[in-house]
Write a protein that binds this ligand. Structure first.
Ligand code: ADP
Ligand code: TZD
Ligand code: MG
Length: 581
């Protein structure tokens, strides 16, 4: 408990009694610490500058960023990695809005996070009298997150923080907004009463045991399948039920497909991994067991051409009942937490589970081997300028040699090629653009990954993607984090070759300054900058960075002609059919 001041009262006999006082600042810090939260990501300013200072003084880790969106992304991924809500602390209106994108993205991705923003006084905000950074933040946050609360009295801080933690972690995790008006932070309270008002959240994410009949129904569906498939999503990675999931996958004998951030939950080199036979298993499977993955756009909504013509039956494990039948009929919904669902399903399948037919396994393996063989020589090419395959072939080896390193990845071509080329070996080591395909997560994720895990981080970034959060390389240098950023520099968005159709002096809309030296940005802050033009140089520099742990940025020169529009999702672009003279 931290006390901030003393006050002198007069007792009934007229004598003086000294009472220890606390205040809103200290109660917020005490409430977080009481609940095991040790780190705050944020940007200081009125009215929360002292909150950050005092938190640091009280032994919390307070990581200051250059922009709130990056602090928010850091908090979100800290939540994903630890199952404890990541905390982002911002100032009012503009700082709050900068953090809000990350809060909405966390909610969309089911990451537990709490955005705590200072705000102006209700009296002024509600009469719209024009306070410093005035905004009705609670109203704006509400539709964009899982829950939003405001605390007006210091003795409610304990319960407010507790509600925020439980809302973020329980059920389907998500982002929570907590509004703290400036005057609340300065309110004083008797220290003992303040301490008593705090709430330690017991069991913030209670297990949710699935119904036995739901398990029996699922076993029936799965046992009658001929060409089964498991799809593992980032919910499965988040659940930290790694061993239960491995046992289920191996007992089932089913091929499995990891969604992007579920890569490494089982090593990508696992015999049952069907990653390299993705289109075949999606098309030809007859039954699909979804574990912590949604049938959203990333799986073309569970229907359409990629899924083949024959009807499929779906079994889905998810903690959110409303996820069922969201896109297609779910023949056997299993609602509960993944650990409980998976272990009950494992038990119900029993020792004598016979597994899928030989033909199905052989067909999947044949496609997988053919695709791997086709890819192998391309990954070893030494073209200069590098293409995506040559550069990623080099990084693939580095990751194989550092299986505990965390890979952060964003961009279009840089994302899509890296996802399929770089094998992952351990759970929760691949962090990327997630459900929205959002650019800008890179440096925030990299900072939090390094802070939360202490492991080396390799951030593979398109040059456009990097630009969204690039200033945070100063943050990386300031905290001396073991982060190696590789910028895939192809002079632009998707490609660097577009020209202005009018022939005018303005650059085309998708291109950047040619041959920019991102490596020199890192040098400006005291980190290591490397300019790499060959797979060999890239490999050597990346290995050196991973071994030294020094903040490093490698500018990897990529052929500006090598990429395609929108990477693998060019089909989502609407096409204009109008031709003008
Ligand atoms: P991906 O993008 O990898 O396909 P999604 O984010 O679409 O994954 O899906 C994750 C799903 O996992 C969400 O529907 C979420 O409700 C679910 N989920 C998250 N945590 C758990 C958990 N502990 N138990 C069960 N389901 C969970
Ligand atoms: N803004 C935000 C916040 N998210 C987005 N996804 C986009 C814009 C649109 N966008 C993409 O979907 S990928 C991308 C943008 C701007 C950048 C692609 O260029 P890159 O990668 O340099 O990062 P490649 O390797 O050149 O394809
Ligand atoms: Mg690019």
């Amino acid at each position: 408990m931290s006390a901030s001041a003393e006050s002198v009262d007069t007792d009934s006999g007229g004598g003086e009694v000294t009472r220890e006082l606390t205040d809103g600042f200290h109660l917020v810090i005490d409430a977080l610490k009481l609940n095991g939260i040790e780190t705050i990501y944020g940007v200081p300013g009125i009215p929360i500058t002292d909150l950050g200072r005092l938190a640091q003084a009280e032994g919390m880790r307070v990581i200051s960023f250059r922009h709130e969106q990056n602090a928010g992304n850091a908090a979100a991924i800290a939540g994903y990695l630890t199952q404890k809500p990541g905390i982002c602390l911002t100032v009012s209106a503009p700082g709050f809005l900068n953090g809000l994108t990350a809060l909405a993205n966390a909610t969309t991705n089911c990451f537990p996070m709490i955005l705590i923003s200072g705000s102006s006084e209700r009296e002024i905000v509600d009469l719209q009298q024009g306070d410093y950074e005035e905004m009705d933040q609670l109203a704006i946050a509400k539709p964009l997150c899982k829950a939003a609360y405001r605390v007006l009295h210091a003795n409610d801080i304990g319960i407010g923080v507790a509600r925020a933690i439980r809302a973020a972690c329980s059920g389907r995790p998500g982002g929570v907004y907590l509004d703290l008006p400036a005057q609340l932070l300065a309110q004083t309270l008797d220290a003992e009463a303040g301490w008593m008002s705090l709430v330690e959240v017991v069991d913030p994410a209670p297990r949710q045991i699935p119904a036995p009949d739901a398990i029996a129904r699922a076993v029936e569906v799965l046992s009658s399948s001929e060409r089964p498939l498991i799809i593992l999503g980032k919910g499965a990675a988040y659940a930290q039920a790694d061993e239960d999931i491995r046992m289920l996958v191996e007992r089932s004998g089913f091929p499995y497909l990891p969604m992007s951030m579920a890569k490494g939950l089982l090593p990508d080199t696992h015999a049952q991994s069907a990653g390299p036979a993705r289109s075949l298993v999606l098309r030809d499977s007859d039954t699909v067991l979804m574990i912590g993955a949604r049938l959203n756009w990333l799986l073309s909504h569970g229907k359409g051409r990629g899924w083949g013509d024959a009807p499929k039956r779906f079994v889905q494990i998810d903690i959110e009942p409303r996820e069922m039948d969201s896109n297609v009929e779910i023949a056997a919904p299993i609602v509960g937490d993944i650990g409980s669902c998976v272990s009950m399903l494992y038990d119900a399948m029993g020792d004598g589970w016979s597994g899928p037919s030989r033909e199905w396994i052989d067909a999947v393996n044949a496609r997988k081997l053919a695709n791997l063989a086709r890819m192998a020589p391309r990954l070893q090419n030494n073209n200069v300028p590098m293409d995506f395959h040559g550069a990623l072939g080099a990084l693939r080896t580095v990751v194989r040699e550092h299986p505990d390193a965390i890979l952060v990845n964003e961009g279009a071509n840089t994302l899509d090629f890296a996802r399929s080329i770089i094998d992952m070996y351990q759970p929760r080591k691949r962090l990327d653009v997630g459900t929205w395909g959002v650019m800008g997560i890179g440096m925030g994720f990299a900072v939090a990954a390094a802070i939360e895990t202490g492991k080396p981080v390799l951030a593979v970034e398109g040059d456009s993607a990097f630009g969204f959060s690039g200033m945070e390389i100063e943050t990386i240098c300031r905290y001396d984090l073991p982060v190696c950023v590789v910028v895939f520099n192809n002079n632009g968005i998707y490609r660097g070759t577009d020209v202005n159709p009018t022939g005018g002096p303005d650059a085309a809309t998708t291109v950047f300054v040619k041959d920019s030296r991102y490596d020199r940005m890192m040098e400006a802050f005291g980190g290591v900058g490397v300019y790499a033009t060959t797979p060999d140089e890239l490999s050597r520099a990346t290995k050196a960075a991973m071994d030294s742990g020094r903040p490093t940025l490698i500018n990897a020169v990529i052929d500006e002609k090598a990429g395609t529009e929108s990477g693998r999702i060019g089909n989502l672009n609407p096409q204009s059919v109008v031709s003008r003279p």
